[in-house]
Design a protein around this ligand. Structure first.
Ligand code: FPP
Length: 215
């Protein structure tokens, strides 16, 4: 969900107002996904590197996440959304950890899965998985990752003109398709979503084999 800060700066607003607008964009995109029959959406909300931002921004982001969980809890449940967090959750405050676990438990039977990457880094996740891994190959290793019960992403969208993966789902992205756009995350709307989806639909996925894989 990249570009919140620049979106705010361009409007002479504080960075946090960009993040707030970003949370609204997330609700929109979740809605579009469901209209399209997509079952899993993963958003990169806070990376292991984001702890290096100013204390004020880190606090404001954590508060925004806490209030999102509190305010949306009933709506997510009502809309059959299964909420799940990936990342090094022990870095988060005890109270945030508690409200995350409660919401995960409460929504565990939801049909659409919203995965929020929090204090997340792909390398960190792989290192933590390596500590649990006791052999068995790729599939067994995948089960040691935070995403154990989640399929690998078909499409990864990066907004705001950056052309990097930035430590996002490193293991899981092995065969993912990518879509890059200059649009800032708070401006990400139906038009750009459709462009990303159409671009994905027109690609032939071989997943390493020579025969095309049908989507
Ligand atoms: C990246 O933009 C965005 C973030 C680090 C925070 C994203 C968090 C939210 C949208 C909060 C809501 C999330 C949930 C799950 C409710 P940036 O700050 O790096 O923007 P910049 O590159 O323009 O500075």
């Amino acid at each position: 969900m990249d570009g919140n800060g620049r979106w705010a700066k361009a409007r002479r607003k504080p960075r946090i107002s960009g993040h707030k607008e970003g949370a609204l964009a997330l609700d929109r995109v979740m809605h579009y996904c469901r209209e399209e029959g997509i079952e899993y959406l993963t958003v990169y909300a806070f990376s292991t590197e984001n702890w290096n931002r100013s204390r004020a921004e880190v606090t404001a982001l954590m508060n925004l996440l806490s209030s999102y969980i509190k305010e949306k809890s009933d709506t997510l449940l009502k809309n059959q959304v299964r909420f799940k967090v990936i990342g090094r959750r022990s870095d988060l405050s005890k109270s945030l950890q508690k409200s995350i676990s409660q919401l995960e438990e409460k929504t565990k039977d939801g049909q659409f899965t919203l995965i929020v990457a929090l204090s997340y880094g792909g390398r960190d996740e792989i290192l933590r998985a390596a500590e649990k891994y006791s052999g068995g190959g790729e599939e067994a290793f995948s089960k040691c990752l935070d995403t154990a019960d989640i399929p690998d992403p078909d499409l990864i969208i990066r907004t705001s003109g950056e052309l990097r993966l930035s430590n996002f789902l490193l293991w899981q992205a092995a065969y993912s398709e990518f879509y890059f756009t200059d649009v800032m995350w708070p401006d990400f709307g139906r038009e750009e979503f459709d462009k990303a989806l159409n671009s994905y639909k027109n690609r032939e996925r071989r997943m390493g084999s020579r025969k095309g894989v049908r989507k």
